[in-house]
Design a protein around this ligand. Structure first.
Ligand SMILES: NC(=O)C1=CN([C@@H]2O[C@H](COP(=O)(O)OP(=O)(O)OC[C@H]3O[C@@H](n4cnc5c(N)ncnc54)[C@H](OP(=O)(O)O)[C@@H]3O)[C@@H](O)[C@H]2O)[C@@H](O)CC1
Ligand SMILES: [K+]
Length: 512
């Protein structure tokens, strides 16, 4: 599992070591880690480091110093390196080390932006050391101008690798917000711990690949603000049938989805649930939808029964339900049942405060906006997309439910914490019907989860694992071309099968 901490928390964790006079040592560890990553990247891209050309964008603070020290090391390995100084002040020792190693310097001003961008465009590597955890309120001045022009100038044709030093400049280290232009990175080498700004909001996309350099502050870090599940964590959350299990002991999933208007959503959710693995799917809904489901999935048991009369271990309600009154009733009853339930799409309009964390809401930003507005919060879609971490936490607190907010990085918040961030998906999954398949995966996992002693946050962990499986299946399917949700079940089965290699052995603890 990856644990992320706010920039503020990481700065607090550095404090005891800075007070003990170890600041310079920490910086050298950071610079060495940054250099090592860049060296490996240059060797991979060009076969060797010697003769590479590099640009260091260097701001006034310690972030610029890290980048300058790494630049000095690159110079010593034969890389022609220029520092573009984005501020008139600089870390004196780092700048001296850079100059002593033979580095060139360009002072950035608005009329030098073109020259700086040309340098960057011709380089193999651009190291972004403009701002780190000390940045406040986004980029300013010439650096902001350069960042605003960079996407059009640096990301077409031959593009340099952009490596962010600690975090992409212009991104808020605590929230992932981008108050203005920011520098998109291919990779971020971050020091001490992953910052929450690298796993939420625009920052999650801006960071690219994340590499953590241990600088010795781990003992001083407290509880992580955000977690990211990795394959072994997900494998530990995937129940596997045991000898002696039968369909009822494995767990049954009830699905109240689809309507005369939108029958397909129910077929997609059912197909994804069956591919994830559950003892049985009991589908409740109108006759034309039942017929479609049984054509596609003969193993599903269909009826027009009610929630209280249907014996299951978990529910999915809402996908494609439209304005169907019976489906709305089923969603309300599922939420009141005390069983784990996934509430998606149209059923979100039935959510009220006081839900309980076993209720998992799965909105996208537009649906979350409608839900929050209905519950009295003054917000809009842009605000939620700009700062999803804040809003997903707020939604969980307001409703008492676990909230999974879909996005480039999907965030899952349990009321009172923890929060998970999964960025395993592909943009190809942004297509109608994709969310229905996520509901099915999550519903199946909830129906078969071993529920001996649910503890706070366990539903959020399962939801995060489901989001990851969905994303990985989407990536796999995208290898064959555009993703078609009705064909996703095959990819889901393959992802779940591949998870077996990560399953913890007997006696090894999973994350729950
Ligand atoms: N501490 C440690 O032990 C270690 C720290 N490490 C590294 O230090 C980084 C943090 O360094 P830092 O604190 O110097 O902050 P940093 O992000 O470089 O920027 C501060 C400078 O930028 C300025 N500035 C602020 N906002 C701005 C804006 N919007 N636009 C433009 N300028 C702005 C600000 O000026 P001010 O606003 O204060 O006048 C100040 O001059 C951290 O991310 C990591 O890389 C590692 O070496 C490991 C050990
Ligand atoms: K940076």
């Amino acid at each position: 599992m990856i644990s992320a901490y706010s920039g503020t928390a990481v700065r607090a964790a550095e404090r005891p070591l800075l007070d003990a006079g170890q600041g310079a040592e920490l910086m050298q560890r950071a610079a060495h880690g940054l250099f090592s990553f860049c060296a490996a990247l240059l060797k991979e891209r060009r076969g060797r480091m010697y003769g590479a050309s590099c640009v260091v964008l260097a701001g006034a603070g310690n972030n610029g110093a890290d980048a300058l020290y790494a630049g000095a090391r690159l110079l010593k390995r034969g890389c022609a390196t220029t520092a573009v100084r984005t501020s008139s002040s600089a870390h004196a020792e780092a700048l001296s080390a850079f100059l002593a190693a033979g580095g060139r310097v360009l002072e950035l001003s608005t009329d030098k932006t073109d020259e700086a961008l040309q340098l960057c465009r011709a380089a193999d590597l651009v190291l972004d050391g403009v701002l780190g955890t000390g940045g406040k309120g986004g980029l300013r001045g010439p650096a902001a101008h350069l960042a605003a022009l960079a996407p059009a100038r640096l990301r077409r044709g031959h593009a340099p690798a952009v490596v962010a030093c600690d975090l992409p400049s212009g991104i808020d280290a605590d929230t992932g917000q981008a108050p203005g232009p920011y520098l998109q990175a291919d990779a971020t080498v971050t020091f001490g711990a992953v910052k929450t700004g690298l796993v939420a909001g625009p920052g999650a996309e801006a960071a690219g690949h994340i590499e953590v350099v241990d600088i010795g502050i781990t003992p001083y870090l407290g509880t992580p603000a955000v977690n990211r599940l990795l394959a072994p964590d997900i494998a530990a959350l995937l129940p596997r049938p045991a000898a002696g299990d039968q369909k009822y002991s494995r767990g049954v999933l009830g699905i109240a989805a689809g309507s005369d208007t939108y029958p397909g959503a129910a077929v997609l959710a059912t197909g994804a649930a069956l591919a994830t693995g559950t003892g049985m799917v009991r589908y409740l809904g109108p006759e034309p939808v039942r017929r479609l489901i049984n054509q596609a999935h003969p193993e599903a048991v269909c009826s027009d029964s009610t929630v209280p009369l249907t014996h299951v271990q978990a529910w999915v309600a809402g996908p494609g339900a439209g304005t169907d009154e019976a489906q709305r009733r089923r969603a309300v009853d599922a939420m009141a049942s005390g069983l784990p339930c996934v509430i998606d799409a149209d059923a979100l309009s039935a959510v009220e405060p006081g839900m309980g964390e076993q209720v998992i809401l799965t909105p996208h930003a537009g649906e979350l906006t409608a839900l929050l507005n209905r519950l009295g919060e003054d917000t809009d879609r842009e605000s939620i997309e700009a700062d999803p971490l804040t809003w997903v936490r707020k939604a969980a607190a307001l409703t008492g439910a676990t909230v999974l907010l879909k996005g480039w990085a999907t965030l899952v918040a349990a009321p009172g914490g923890p929060v998970f961030s999964q960025a395993d998906a592909t943009p190809w999954l942004a297509t109608a019907g994709s969310g229905d398949t996520l509901s099915g995966i999550l519903g199946a996992m909830l129906s078969t989860a071993r529920k001996s002693s649910p503890h706070p946050g366990c539903y959020a962990a399962v939801a995060a694992a489901a989001a990851s499986i969905h994303g990985r299946a989407g990536k796999l399917a995208a290898e064959q071309g555009p993703v078609q949700p009705s064909l996703l079940p095959e990819a889901i089965r393959r992802v779940i099968s591949a998870m077996e290699q990560w399953r913890p052995g007997p006696g090894e603890a999973g994350i729950l």
